[in-house]
Design a protein around this ligand. Structure first.
Ligand code: MF3
Ligand code: CO
Length: 294
């Protein structure tokens, strides 16, 4: 590639963004259902079955199934697994950090989102409710919260920023801030990045989760971007398991992953994979998303 050249970024019309919103809402309700179903004793394949049913009932198509040979509807990545965990026979346990990544297609347009949760005895814990739970490491709750906040900081940078590089700057600053508060030196995963999204799940541009000297392309209305920080309690270095998919931390530290698909519009941004369009997540950043569900 010629230095400084830019891959073409697909700009979406407002009508196309409205179709992406429908895909985004399917992903949001799928992740809600998986989160509600998650409990100790279930396998990660059980969570995949929940997701497959919700997507099918919505009349949508899973993006991941068959993508470069990927064999399941969602990715379920447990504890030291960062992303791309293949659902299977692994049994969920109290104290696990469970990251669930989901994509769906409606009328050819994609939505992509991920959540992380910490499993208590009865299911996912509220990471804001800081009460101690037997078998749960409070530092894992901090990790999940820090990663989610970093995602929202990155999304907010799309509203206030001028260049794509502002996202990585905001994500890294948020991770550093959260680490300072918790007294942890979090790692940011650099081997995997966010991306453009639209008629394909992965489109240009890459969206890195750290500061770089490359300020990146100018942010423009019509861009749709998946913002997805991956944060660890140790080093950000990763490796891929022998199944050729599962990405784990090299040092065995636990990791979290949060993701939303976001549209840049003439009058602001809208978080396509958040049921409320991003209203609650963006409020601390004093960003009000553009409503899409008229
Ligand atoms: N959703 C992931 C991402 O955020 C990609 C999943 S890989 C797949 O980019 F193979 F499972 F599709
Ligand atoms: Co993604």
């Amino acid at each position: 590639m010629i230095f400084g050249s830019r891959e073409r970024i697909e700009l979406k019309t407002p009508d196309q963004v409205r179709v992406m919103r429908r895909a985004g809402l399917v992903v949001a309700s799928t992740l809600d259902a998986v989160r509600a179903a998650a409990r100790p004793g279930l396998t990660t394949a059980d969570l995949d079955a929940v997701a497959a049913r919700v997507i099918a009932d919505a009349g949508a198509t899973p993006s991941f199934l068959g993508y470069e040979g990927y064999p399941a509807t969602i990715c379920v990545s447990v504890s030291e697994e960062v992303i791309h965990g293949i659902p299977g026979t692994r049994v969920l346990e109290v104290g696990d950090v469970v990251s669930i990544d989901c994509g769906a297609i409606v009328d050819g347009w994609h939505g992509d989102s991920a959540i992380s949760l910490v499993l208590g005895p009865d299911g996912a814990l509220d990471v804001e409710g800081a009460t101690a739970v037997d078998g749960v490491d409070a530092a894992d709750l901090d990790l999940v919260r820090a990663t989610r906040t970093a995602m929202w900081a990155g999304i907010a940078a799309l509203a206030g920023g001028r260049r794509l590089g502002d996202v990585g700057t905001a994500v890294e600053a948020a991770v550093e801030l959260a680490g300072g508060v918790s007294g942890v030196d979090y790692g940011i995963v650099e081997d995997y990045v966010g991306h453009g999204i639209g008629t394909a799940m992965h489109q240009p541009p890459d969206v890195v989760n750290f500061r770089t000297s490359d300020r990146g392309p100018r942010l423009r209305p019509g861009m749709c971007l998946a913002i997805e920080p991956m944060v660890t309690r140790g080093s950000g270095a990763t490796r891929v398991l022998a199944d050729d998919w599962t990405v784990v931390t090299q040092d065995g530290s636990r990791a979290a992953h949060w993701e939303h698909s976001v549209a840049l519009l003439d009058d602001g941004i809208s978080v396509l994979t958040a049921a409320d369009g991003g209203r609650a997540g963006l409020a601390p950043f004093e960003v009000v998303p553009v409503p899409l569900d008229a």
